[in-house]
Write a protein that binds this ligand. Structure first.
Ligand SMILES: [Fe+2]
Ligand SMILES: [Fe+2]
Length: 282
């Protein structure tokens, strides 16, 4: 199972922030995804699909998704709007009012959960969503689970883009996931930077955004003293690939764009390549 993750597309229309740039950036990511070998089995877009959650923005997003040969499975982020999303994507999976659903395959399960709380920048995870997730996690426990959500329940070190352990939604998610050791991976977006760490026994990663990235500055921020630090930067669009391999999900973080190939695998490389394979223990 090879899962591609794109996140934080922030597709906009008209005067929405980044409207033109984010469309171009998504096209670059699509080009990069088309070149992946082998092609992913699944593509998940982990939220902030649009900048404002307007119907017009979802229409534009749908056109772009329809231009791509694979289905792209959506997740809700804080910039999204559930009601407007369903007006455009009529086949969306909602249960109990939240975008939450399960994708079953022979060797693993992908569970999409909804951490969006209207009007709030940070995450939310209420009792109803916790009960739904707990129910899903009690089924097919022999299969590893990859859980996809928008908000990482993590301290990130980036002062203005972080969650704290004592937030009720973080605690509830922790209590829901902790008893289920078959949750092998949690994938998130929202931070607009690649991050990898642990969430109890579970590996957790955040993918870089399709839209502009958040500046990397791990020093404390003072809300009353602007210090000129870069908050948002024009680093290239990114995405992630998660591969189910030998009992674990292995993640690659990728950058999309036009880059020169400096060393193609041509005939002069065969000797070096054979050496690599001869020294590898079989
Ligand atoms: Fe975002
Ligand atoms: Fe977000």
């Amino acid at each position: 199972m090879l899962i591609a993750q794109i996140t934080d597309l922030h597709i906009g229309v008209g005067k929405d922030i980044g409207a033109k740039d984010n469309e171009k950036r998504l096209k670059l990511v699509f080009q990069a995804l088309r070149k992946i070998r082998p092609q992913p089995d699944l593509i998940i877009a982990t939220g902030d699909l649009t900048e404002t959650g307007s119907v017009e923005a979802y229409r534009k997003l749908k056109k772009m998704f329809d231009s791509f040969p694979m289905k792209i499975w959506p997740v809700m982020g804080n910039h999204d709007n559930r009601e407007n999303f369903t007006k455009v994507f009529s086949d969306a999976f909602f249960e109990d009012g939240f975008m939450q659903y399960v994708l079953e395959s022979d060797d693993s399960r992908v569970i999409i959960s909804d951490t969006m709380e209207p009007g709030k920048h940070g995450g939310g995870f209420c009792e109803r969503r916790a009960a739904w997730l707990d129910k899903q996690l009690k089924e097919n426990t022999d299969k590893p689970v990859l859980l996809a959500i928008h908000h990482p329940p993590l301290f990130t070190g980036i002062d203005w883009m972080t969650a704290h352990n004592d937030e009720p939604w973080v605690q509830r998610l922790r209590q829901t996931v902790e008893p289920h050791s078959h949750v092998k991976k949690i994938i998130c977006g929202h931070i607009h930077r690649p991050i990898s760490t642990q969430f109890m026994r579970t590996g957790i990663t955040v993918s870089a955004a399709v839209a502009a990235q958040i500046g990397l500055d791990l020093s404390p921020i003072n809300p009353d003293k602007p210090d000129g630090r870069p908050l948002v930067v024009d680093e290239p669009p990114g995405f992630a690939l998660h591969m189910w391999n030998n009992g674990q999900f292995l993640s690659h973080f990728c950058v999309a764009g036009k880059y020169k190939v400096l060393l193609p695998y041509g005939k002069p490389m065969t000797k070096a390549m054979r050496n690599v394979f001869h020294v590898r223990p079989r």
